[in-house]
Write a protein that binds this ligand. Structure first.
Ligand SMILES: Nc1ncnc2c1ncn2[C@@H]1O[C@H](COP(=O)(O)OP(=O)(O)OP(=O)(O)O)[C@@H](O)[C@H]1O
Ligand SMILES: [Mg+2]
Length: 395
């Protein structure tokens, strides 16, 4: 019990330090528990100034404290330091012998942190680090909303923006698929299982109610086993969401909502608080018509026109062989047809934020639990450009 409590306390502390950009604060854990390093792996991975020192004594003698503190003030403040400290003259070092099984274990993810490989960084810098934007990713069902949300959020976080993802699609809850750390935690932590409801109920406590994915990336959603209709009715509604975004917009550079079109009916009052919508539409006629049909069935004319004015098109599952009336079905063509008068209240031609090519290997990001933006500069550029266009807003 206490171990679990200690672990939670330490995680809360690390989350707080990261959220408040106090990355210079050094933390040293002195413990007898040789499994501690494995148990605290997620905190160690997230916070490089956290050191674990294994100590054999039941009561830690002052000399060991002194030695540890001396090392702590050493400039080499990393887990490595702790390891070398631990190994120094200590025969019962916890250094584990490699097992032949190790090679079958999934490789630790060494994700590039705040690393940008193209000149998008400059443009993003121009948009300024001081921004705070509420952006909803929307579209008809199955068109690529969740994968876009996850990759845009990851790219934004990689580029140093603080991001909160809200998985409003409680019917599918697909963020569980893309962030397996959230899914795993939700299975054993009732609070995280209900993180969307709890964050809607107490947004000011987001550091304990939301799930800290990594670095400056947070999310709130529902685990698959959460089924309390009373709580859903009480907190999953427009007024709570307006409260949440109003309160947290100054705490994050970007709040990104996974919000399929049909949800805009229930959350209509939130729309005016959303700075821009990323409207996901694959480049085929079925998707264009489905999108318009969804808008028509969900929103009154005024709200549809508002959505139109505040949206940029993200062409998802982009098929470069798709044609319309003999011509290649380009992203601009998607935007053009959307505004061609098929729907009376949707005639403003939306700018294109970008396109995501159809990719047979797209779901590998779910299996590997590594969003596409970490796996190649082309993906990074794709979602980086979309991010930039969405942050610019509509004018
Ligand atoms: N660019 C792409 N290339 C290939 N497959 C894609 C692409 N984008 C999305 N998909 C596939 O489409 C399916 C739906 O994607 P995603 O979960 O992102 O969409 P969604 O709109 O959130 O769907 P849902 O309505 O199920 O929540 C997934 O199986 C995904 O692999
Ligand atoms: Mg989805």
């Amino acid at each position: 019990m206490r171990t679990e409590q200690n672990k939670n306390d330490l995680n809360d502390l690390v989350n707080w330090l990261i959220a408040n950009r106090r990355l210079d604060v050094k933390i040293l854990v002195l413990t007898r528990n040789f499994k501690q390093e494995a148990e605290l792996e997620s905190a160690i991975n997230r916070y490089s100034n956290l050191q674990i020192k294994i100590c054999e004594y039941i009561r830690i003698p002052p000399a060991v404290f002194r030695e540890a503190v001396e090392h702590l003030s050493d400039s080499k403040s990393s887990v490595e330091t702790a390891r070398s400290l631990e190994n120094k003259g200590n025969k019962s070092s916890t250094e584990k012998k490699g097992s032949f099984l190790d090679r079958f274990k999934p490789k630790p993810k060494s994700l590039p942190e705040f690393q940008a490989t193209d000149n998008l960084t400059k443009e993003l810098d121009k948009v300024s680090r001081g921004i705070s934007r509420i952006v909803a990713i929307t579209g008809h069902r199955g068109c690529g909303i969740t994968s876009t949300t996850i990759n845009v959020a990851s790219e934004a976080s990689k580029r140093g923006l603080s991001v909160l993802v809200l998985d409003m699609d409680i019917e599918y809850r697909s963020t569980n698929m893309y962030f397996s750390s959230f899914h795993e935690r939700s299975k054993r932590d009732e609070g995280i299982n209900a993180s969307l409801i709890r964050t809607l109920a107490r947004p000011q406590d987001y550091m304990t109610t939301a799930f800290h994915v990594k670095d400056n990336l947070w999310m709130a959603g529902l685990g698959y086993s959460f089924t309390d209709p009373r709580l859903i009715e009480q907190f999953y509604n427009s007024s709570k969401l307006v409260g949440l975004v109003s309160l947290l917009r100054n705490k994050f550079n970007l709040i990104l909502l996974d919000m399929p079109l049909h949800l805009l009916e229930k959350f209509g009052d939130v729309m005016i608080h959303i700075d821009s919508f990323g409207m996901c539409i694959p480049n085929n006629l079925y998707s264009v018509l489905s999108t318009l049909k969804n808008v028509e069935g969900t929103l009154d004319k005024e709200k549809a026109a508002y959505l139109n004015a505040k949206s940029k098109v993200i062409v998802t599952k982009y098929n470069d062989r798709s044609r319309f009336q003999g011509d290649i079905f380009t992203p601009d063509r998607v935007s053009e047809i959307m505004a061609s008068g098929l729907l009376e209240s949707f005639t403003y031609e939306m700018k294109v934020a970008g396109y995501v090519s159809y990719n047979n290997d797209f779901d590998s990001q779910i299996e590997s639990d590594v969003p596409l933006v970490y796996t190649g500069t082309d993906h990074e550029r794709t979602y980086g450009n979309i991010l930039l266009r969405l942050l610019e807003g509509v004018s």
